[in-house]
Write a protein that binds this ligand. Sequence first.
Ligand code: APR
Length: 251
Amino acid sequence: MSNIDNELIVKAAEYIYRAKNLIVFTGAGMSADSGIPTFRGEDGLWNRYRPEDLATLDAFLSDPVKVWRWYLWRISRLKSVKPHKGYNVLSRWYRIGILKYVITQNVDGLFIESGIDKVIELHGNILRARCTSCRYSSPIDKLDRSSLPIICPRCYGLMRPDVVWFGEPLNPSILDKAYQLARESDVMLVIGTSGVVYPAAYIPYIAKESGSKVIEINVEESMITEISDIFIGLRAAEALTYIDKYLSRYR
Ligand code: APR
């Protein structure tokens, strides 16, 4: 780690130690170190697949089997995935009261798996499905997946992945809660997002406008970097581990 990175890590650790209301906001880069592909960047999912073919309501209604096959493939990859050491750091900060809430764009459920239960999943969770007719909701592994598309066990309607697709609105009460947390934060730690998808990308800006210190961890600059007080150009697992090492000196 360079001397500059080291200075930034120390500064970030001081902000986090003094924070009264630390909120973490993450994107796909937070899960990259667990082996889950991001969406943009060199090996991003949207470089290999067209989102309009797989991540829109129109795509689903025109070919629900193809969309279910893609989501079940993504879910199958999750089975072998574990939260990396960066998740374990955040989970410990949550347990000892340093971290108050996580707002994530990710749908992989890794924060819940890491033991953090105050998580807002802005874009839903691919481990759950819901009925397009009666809104029945269920963990996918409790549904009959022997034939596709998955049918609602209650009304025999079409089940869909419980995620927010492009062109769909986010749940207004979930979004309001996320905006409120951003306004009430005094430090926002932004990890692994390109900051190009709205309305989620407003969240760090709302925190900044409310007077929060914004710390960004990303392997390259993003649309959030312009408002970050500290930019740490390291992988999430690495940066969080380094910050935690300095934090332990205060404890
Ligand atoms: N550590 C930290 N950051 C990383 C790492 C890593 N190991 N690997 C990649 N990144 C960064 C990339 O530099 C990029 O800025 O993570 C970011 C991932 O950006 P995207 O792939 O655009 O993912 P995200 O910002 O979460 O996308 C937002 O777009 O397609 C929709 O619904 C989808 O929630 C997603 C939304």
